[in-house]
Design a binder for this molecule. Structure first.
Ligand SMILES: Cc1cc2nc3c(=O)[nH]c(=O)nc-3n(C[C@H](O)[C@H](O)[C@H](O)COP(=O)(O)OP(=O)(O)OC[C@H]3O[C@@H](n4cnc5c(N)ncnc54)[C@H](O)[C@@H]3O)c2cc1C
Length: 378
């Protein structure tokens, strides 16, 4: 039995404490007034706790060997074993049956209590010092000494700096993107069933689904997922194109538009009515430099087709409040048990490790996987 401090009462810190407490005395420190508080905002309050599909493409790095130790099915079984009933939707996203993140927190906290984890809420860890084989921890309340510590503070690099641990800088991921184009006239508009694409140095990333327009930028799950690729390359200058009708190829769309030339529409405004809604119609015409009152003729068709199939937006940066951050301690510096290679009494879990996933439950899965692996090996 060792004395262990888990610093950070988020997803990974909680699951780690549950498993670590089977063989150790565990203290869980959290600067929030309640452990697990952040889970309340996940999945729009429903907590999308994992996903049953697409693990091969969801992460910035290969985490298969870790998932082999604790994968999505084992996660669901674990939650069932502590009392949570779950369901999944057609995209494979897993949620609590109650559709509230509060249930996830409740079962975790019940288990922490049953396992006699000493939960110290409202207690911020300020300094960590490595003294001989142990760790001295200074909190907002007092000083402690532990045999081993787990750093589970999310994308907070404070302790990495204090302990002189090298890491990849954090950049916001799963975040709305700011564009050069003024999208004020489209703000609030939600486009379903579009395809967004992002051209990277050596590949093109495509996402299908919904895009939301902001005053000077783009949002929605498709955009969040594209932002992950920009965060990973630490450069947000990029071009995103939206295909407004992915179900038609260019030729079919050209034909559709050409056929409309025979409809006796009185002007461009009327020509576009019945294709998209007014806001996006106006935006398309503006992009094509066609006035509402103008007549649409043969010469406009190719231009309209190109804009509809590839509406361009130049990304300049990101909005505040990302869901996760890309970056952190490299897996290369950790053993398979996520123990720091240069200090056997130091472990990491969750977002502080350089593993980030797309939207859909993949980030929490990493929190559960890494937390379980560390907890079990302590
Ligand atoms: C709005 C939003 C929605 C999301 N939705 C989903 C989703 O549906 N599915 C999904 O998979 N992922 C989702 N995520 C991402 C997911 O929440 C994170 O991947 C996950 O919480 C990371 O877990 P963690 O344990 O590494 O860190 P965190 O959950 O960030 O926990 C860190 C903990 O450390 C504590 N802490 C920090 N510093 C100190 C200190 N000095 N002393 C003491 N305590 C400290 C914090 O208070 C916190 O409790 C969402 C994120 C956001 C912001």
């Amino acid at each position: 039995m060792s004395n262990i401090a888990v610093i950070g009462g988020g997803a990974s810190g909680m699951i780690c404490s549950i498993f670590a407490s089977k063989n150790n005395y565990v203290t869980l420190f959290c600067n929030d007034d309640k452990v697990g508080k952040k889970l309340l905002v996940t999945g729009n309050g429903r907590c999308n706790l994992t996903n049953l599909k697409n693990f091969d493409v969801a992460y910035n790095t290969d985490i298969l060997k870790y998932l082999k130790k604790f994968n999505q099915n084992q996660t669901i079984k674990f939650f069932e074993s502590i009392g949570l009933v779950t369901y999944f939707d057609e995209e494979g996203r897993v949620y609590p049956l109650s559709n509230t993140a509060k249930s996830v927190i409740e079962v975790l906290v019940n288990n922490l209590n049953k396992n006699k984890v000493d939960i110290k809420q409202n207690e911020e860890v300020l300094f960590i010092e490595n003294v001989d084989d142990k760790f001295k921890i200074t909190t907002s309340v007092k000083n402690y000494v532990y045999d081993k510590i787990v750093i589970a503070v999310g994308s907070n690099d404070k302790f990495l700096k204090q302990l002189n641990i090298k890491y990849n800088n954090f950049s916001p991921s799963l975040v709305s993107l700011k564009t050069k184009e003024d999208t004020h006239s489209l703000a609030g508009l939600r486009l379903s069933n579009v395809e967004v694409s992002l051209e990277l140095k050596n590949k093109k990333i495509k996402e299908n689904g919904e895009v939301l327009f902001k005053d000077k930028g783009l949002s929605g799950i498709c955009i969040f997922n594209l932002s992950a690729y920009l965060a990973r390359q630490k450069n947000y200058n990029a071009k995103i194109c939206i295909d407004l009708i992915p179900s038609l190829n260019k030729e079919d769309l050209t034909k559709l538009l050409r056929d409309r030339l025979n409809y006796n529409f009185i002007n461009a405004k009327e020509f576009m009515q019945g294709i998209f809604n007014e806001k996006i119609n106006n935006y398309i015409l503006k992009m094509c430099k066609i006035k509402n009152e103008e007549n649409i003729t043969k010469k406009h068709i190719d231009l309209l087709t190109n804009v509809i199939k590839s509406l361009p937006f130049n990304v300049l940066g990101y909005y505040e409040n990302s869901q996760v951050k890309s970056g952190g301690v490299s897996l290369n510096d950790l053993t398979e048990s996520l123990q720091y290679k240069h200090n056997k009494n130091l472990y990491f879990t969750g977002e502080i490790i350089d593993v980030d996933g797309l939207c859909g439950g993949y980030n929490l899965q990493w929190a559960w996987t890494s937390g379980k692996i560390v907890g079990e090996n302590l």
